[in-house]
Ligand binder design. Structure first.
Ligand code: ADP
Ligand code: MG
Length: 268
């Protein structure tokens, strides 16, 4: 697994309601390389968010395995069997370590923040956990805000005092604070209007390039996926039905389902 940062092996997640149960995710396997941006597309309900929640350990798998390679430079995270953490078996403490290297950005930016605390407080949380405080903490938070296109004044605001786009920038700043290797964006721009969406995409593209981030980019907008991703997984009813480069998927889809997804976009 030299240049592989994440490996998902036959993931399955079953949900039960009453007497019936169904697999929201089934037989999902993929690998993610360092610095690679992997798109996940599929219609609503196809299991994209469930995959994201499984990978981050927010939701336990019914079956399967997720291996995450933590970077060599952080000592203490190493296990005897190498620098690989099995997320499916990780306890709370181990997951906390994982989140230093894996961060998630949600569709609703306010989800990333506690409404009773300032954005600066939220952005600085992981830094405080690392023992950074005082002036150094303030400098780091201001710098993260600046990287994400916000002035330091935003550190003092509460989530309800900023626009959706500004809050998403702050959420990205918060995600970057721990200097993660992997960013998981679940419809991170879907709640924003088109101009703001474009600005956030430009920010993500800049960050991806400058920080050599690996990204899992979940998005129902194929145009954004084409612009941003190196490779795409197409999901239908919990399964991966097709994999390819964005150009392949869009210009010459192999599966009827993918063709339908592409046509649905072109129709608009
Ligand atoms: P997507 O993100 O592609 O729209 P989701 O992963 O959110 O799809 O959902 C996949 C399927 O799993 C849907 O049918 C959804 O209703 C169902 N589902 C998601 N979360 C739960 C849950 N906690 N309990 C029961 N069913 C769920
Ligand atoms: Mg979703």
């Amino acid at each position: 697994m030299t240049d592989i940062i994440l490996k998902a092996e036959k993931l399955k997640r079953v949900f039960t309601s009453g007497k019936s149960s169904f697999a929201a995710v089934d037989q999902v396997s993929f690998e993610l390389k360092k610095g690679e941006c992997l798109g996940i597309v599929g219609e609503s309900g196809s299991g994209k968010s469930t995959v994201a929640r499984l990978i981050t350990g927010l939701l336990p798998c019914s079956e399967g395995e997720i291996l995450f390679v933590v970077p060599e430079k952080t000592n203490g995270l190493h296990r005897e069997d190498g620098s690989c953490i099995n997320i499916t078996q990780a306890g709370k403490r181990e997951l906390r370590k994982v989140y230093r290297h894996m961060q998630m950005i949600f569709q609703t930016p306010t989800e990333s923040f506690d409404p009773r605390r300032t954005l600066g407080d939220g952005i600085g949380e992981s830094l405080r956990n690392m023992g950074i405080k005082g002036l150094e903490l303030k400098k780091r938070v201001d710098n993260l805000l600046e990287i994400c296109g916000l002035s330091s004044e935003f550190a003092l605001r509460y989530p309800h005092q900023v626009s959706g786009g500004q809050c998403q920038r702050a959420a990205i700043a918060r995600a970057l604070a721990a200097e993660p290797q992997l960013l998981i964006c679940d419809e991170a721009t879907s709640a924003l209007d088109v101009t703001v969406q474009k600005q956030i995409m430009e920010l993500l593209m800049k960050l991806k390039q400058e920080q050599n981030l690996s990204v899992i980019f979940i998005c129902h907008d194929l145009a954004l996926v084409q612009m941003f991703c190196d490779r795409v997984l197409v999901m239908n009813q919990g399964r991966i039905v097709e994999t390819g480069t964005p150009d392949q998927i869009i210009d010459s889809p192999r599966e009827e389902y993918t063709r339908m997804l592409v046509d649905a976009v072109l129709d608009i």
